[in-house]
Write a protein of this length. Structure first.
Length: 293
């Protein structure tokens, strides 16, 4: 599958996409090529017509794949065919005649402020390295709105105590500075004291108890475990804490542009989704408070 591997190399080394994103593209494209082989006995992207892609969409729908996921797969295919056309590896784009499934707007899941207060004020964390690390991970996600991949990639020199900021390496290797408050600064210093006792030494900020770089599954497990003690929301992931950070900031008067910069969104439309949660909150308050609501 040289075309797919060449495209993935292009995404990683020229477009500077994260490894996670590149892997998602690769899986989508390999899945489509497998479908071509099984259904149409071809692996050539030159042979693909709009009807082939429509057949794939129908198959995905029959398998119970959500419209949102299907659209993501089609988006992968669109980017791939643009690349093929640009490099003259195909002479037509079959996706121009393909209509993608409609998706319903999904509001970000977030944790309530009372539940967050409970998480940080009433939950007891072990007074050892892992306890201090786990508490700081939760606090950092909620206080800065960082992504899981960004937290894992933090280095020791990412923290600037003099300017009370943390340097985050976001999507496409874009750096941004996020302010950190006194409480978070104190927790960071306490964590670093415990971290210094670990061997071997490692430049990554968050480590396992044997001194190795954290991995996504472990961080997800930590967040899920603690959130399960304070909330019944459907999802209990690091990204839910990112959503919670943005929603609480907006509810407490922060402007969208500030939230956009802290989250590292490329454009404001990505941040505006959080206004829907605020509107829903206003509707609920109105229903409860207004005598004729």
């Amino acid at each position: 599958m040289p075309h797919i591997s060449d495209f993935c190399d292009y995404l990683q080394h020229q477009k500077r996409y994260s490894l996670h994103t590149v892997t998602a593209y690769q899986k989508d494209l390999e899945q489509f090529q497998q479908f071509l082989l099984l259904e149409f006995e071809t692996e050539s992207f030159k042979d693909v017509s709009a009807s082939f892609i429509r057949s794939w969409i129908v198959k995905l729908i029959e398998e119970g794949i959500s419209p949102r996921t299907i659209n993501r797969k089609i988006s992968s295919l669109k980017s791939f065919y643009k690349h093929l056309l640009k490099n003259k590896l195909v002479d037509k784009n079959p996706l121009l005649k393909v209509i993608t499934p409609k998706t319903s707007k999904r509001l970000p899941v977030f944790v309530g402020e009372n539940e967050i207060n409970n998480l940080f004020e009433n939950i007891k964390y072990d007074d050892d390295y892992e306890g201090k690390r786990d508490q700081l991970i939760l606090e950092l996600f909620y206080a800065t709105g960082t992504r899981l991949s960004e937290l894992i990639e933090l280095k020791l020199d990412s923290i600037d105590f003099n300017n009370s900021t943390i340097k985050v390496l976001g999507k496409r290797n874009k750096e941004r500075l996020i302010p950190i408050g006194k409480n978070l600064t104190t927790l960071i210093k306490e964590y670093i004291k415990e971290r210094e006792k670990l061997t071997p030494k490692n430049s990554y900020f968050f480590l396992t108890k044997i001194g190795k770089k954290l991995y996504p599954k472990l961080v997800y497990s930590i967040v899920n475990s603690y959130l399960s003690q304070v909330t019944t929301v459907s999802k209990k992931s690091p990204h839910v804490l990112r959503h919670t950070f943005a929603t609480h900031m907006l509810n407490n008067g922060a402007d969208l542009n500030t939230i956009k910069e802290i989250l590292g969104h490329a454009n404001l439309s990505a941040t505006q989704v959080y206004t829907h949660n605020t509107i829903e909150k206003l509707k609920n308050i109105h229903k409860q408070a207004h005598p004729k609501a």
